[in-house]
Design a protein around this ligand. Structure first.
Ligand SMILES: Nc1ncnc2c1ncn2[C@@H]1O[C@H](COP(=O)(O)OP(=O)(O)OP(=O)(O)O)[C@@H](O)[C@H]1O
Ligand SMILES: [Mg+2]
Length: 374
């Protein structure tokens, strides 16, 4: 399906998600997964491709990660492109390429033409735009082959000035078209996405069925090694690759960057490639700066979470804190406030009620620092 040879299809998960989404009792789902573990890849290359290319559903992709832009304008644009006669691949390509600044909407039969600035901060007439969105969703809706909306990084909508109004409008539109329009929302922050769905006042309260992106299995590593062999005509020891994959919490990006570093530099052996990849990613993702901005007590808290020893707020957590900083641990409430700071800065996230470092590569980076890093 996907033309990317490195893409490892999540066949079963894609099938189950697809049938649940198109034929299940609940019209929308929310997809959680830690940073850089393949949520977007799954939406675009697995689910979207299966639904759009193989089964001929109309699939619409929109990412809300466009800083400062108006989410309503994004949705209108995504709907408008979905109604134009283009293939799924062309539409996604257009979205992932450069978004235009200004777009003309509604050059479709029976709709008034409107010009929208995609980079506008908010809609001058949200009620009108919501009506327009509603009529787009009406056109997209098809109860025989539901249109599939892939809304990536949806938690970003919460920070927008008109968020409440936009979400209420969107919810009403989706609610009234359950059989014709089905939606999957993803977020890289589970806490933030939960706020969108679970807040009692939130219009999406208990709206979407939660789904967890499963970690990639050993087949992913075997697939990457096979493609590596085809591309570079060299072999990598599968046991070493499996070890690297496990050490970095089955992170697909890390494994691929590790392979690429050996592909582009024949002098690197497997261990040197790990060191190089780790250093390169840390520099690109600016871990050092994030770390330097933290006070020692925040760092201690982050380290305790990275160690995943359990019970960070309890006695074990307090003992570890004392060990790391050489001072008595403050009361649990104070440590809780450290945790909130880490959460606000996007460093930690909650998984199944357990607090974790949100980015698995950052977690490995923290563990890699000596305990004297405080
Ligand atoms: N199934 C897969 N097959 C091959 N490569 C994959 C797969 N899933 C993820 N990857 C690789 O991992 C990288 C990160 O994946 P992706 O961007 O989809 O993660 P994400 O969870 O959406 O991240 P973020 O939290 O930053 O939005 C991809 O660019 C791709 O190179
Ligand atoms: Mg993503």
């Amino acid at each position: 399906m996907s033309l990317d040879p490195w893409h490892y299809p999540r066949t079963e998960f894609t099938h189950d998600t697809f049938v649940s989404l198109t034929r299940g009792p609940i019209a929308s789902m929310s997809l959680f997964g830690p940073r850089r573990t393949g949520k977007t890849e799954f939406l675009l290359k697995d689910l979207g491709a299966l639904a759009g290319d193989s089964y001929g559903h109309r699939v619409l992709y929109a990412s809300f990660w466009q800083t400062g832009a108006d989410p309503l304008a994004m949705m209108l644009y995504a709907c408008d492109t979905a109604l134009r006669p283009r293939s799924y691949g062309e539409r996604v390509g257009a979205w992932l390429g450069n978004l235009p600044v200004k777009i003309r909407l509604g050059a479709l039969k029976g709709m008034a033409e409107v010009e929208i600035d995609l980079s506008r901060k908010q809609s001058p007439r949200p009620a009108d735009d919501l009506l327009l969105l509603d009529s787009y969703l009406d056109r997209l809706g098809d109860s025989r082959k539901p249109a599939i909306l892939l809304f990536d990084e949806f938690q970003e909508i919460a920070g927008h000035d008109q968020a409440e109004q936009v979400m209420a409008g969107l919810r009403t539109s989706l609610d009234t078209r359950k059989s014709g329009v089905r939606t999957i929302f993803t977020g890289s922050s589970q806490v933030a996405l939960k706020k969108v769905f679970d807040g009692r006042k939130a219009p999406f309260y208990r709206f979407a069925h939660p789904l967890h992106l499963p970690a990639l299995d050993a087949g992913f590593v075997a697939h990457q090694l096979k493609v590596f062999h085809q591309v570079y005509r060299r072999k990598i020891d599968p046991a070493r690759a499996a070890h690297v994959f496990e050490r970095f919490d089955r992170n697909p990006l890390f494994l691929q960057r590790w392979l690429m570093s050996m592909g582009t530099d024949r002098t690197l052996d497997e261990d040197a490639a790990v060191t190089r990849t780790f250093a390169d990613l840390a520099a690109e993702l600016d871990y050092d700066r994030t770390w330097r901005k933290l006070a020692p007590y925040h760092r201690a808290m982050a380290r305790i979470l990275a160690e995943r020893a359990g019970d960070p707020m309890g006695e074990a957590g307090a003992a570890r804190y004392a060990e790391l900083l050489g001072t008595k641990a403050p009361i649990p409430q104070t440590r809780q406030s450290y945790l909130r700071t880490l959460e606000r800065r996007g460093i930690v996230d909650q998984w199944d009620r357990e607090w974790r470092i949100a980015d698995p590569i950052f977690e490995a980076w923290i563990l890699d620092r000596g305990p004297d890093a405080f």
